[in-house]
Design a protein. Sequence first.
Length: 205
Amino acid sequence: MSGLIGKKIGMTSLFNENGRIVPCTVIQAGPCVVTQIKTEEKDGYEAIQLGFEEKKEKHATKAEIGHFTKAGVKPMAKVAEFKGFEAQVTLGQSLSVELFAEGDFVDVVGTSKGRGFQGVVKRHGFAGVGGRTHGQHNRQRHPGSLGASSFPSRVFKGMRMAGQMGNARVKAQNLRVLKVIPEQNLLIVSGNIPGHKGSYVMIEK
């Protein structure tokens, strides 16, 4: 496996070889710097840590400054680990979008847009409890009975109810790489990916 950290730029569309329009997402993928190489002997597992986007030293903690100085790089805004990295890398090496090629299939991991506290109709697609007849009053979008009577006298775990919606780690899988633009570090993949414009994502191949 190989991968990069990137940032979601936005959506657009391209024409494929059959003349059909394909919705796609533009990602700024890298350049990323190798900030740490983890080994089985020292860390208990093998992985590499990549850093993306420099940040000002005044915005970094002393621990972060020491960590990045060891790698010979400036403090990074976003770091992530990739296990089973195929390419041979060295500490401080810069990796670019050229890791990917047109036609590759990638997985993109990001944080979905937060929707706040939502009810069951919006969060789970419930239909509500029906009309206003027979004394029904202002409960059209409520969940209705939870099915918990004298037995089991509690609510089962996993019951679909109102609560926090979005703002969760989401992986979009098997997205085809439609175009690679190395001069601008841009990667164009088919379909949509989680997160808002400008959010950080991890691209895995």
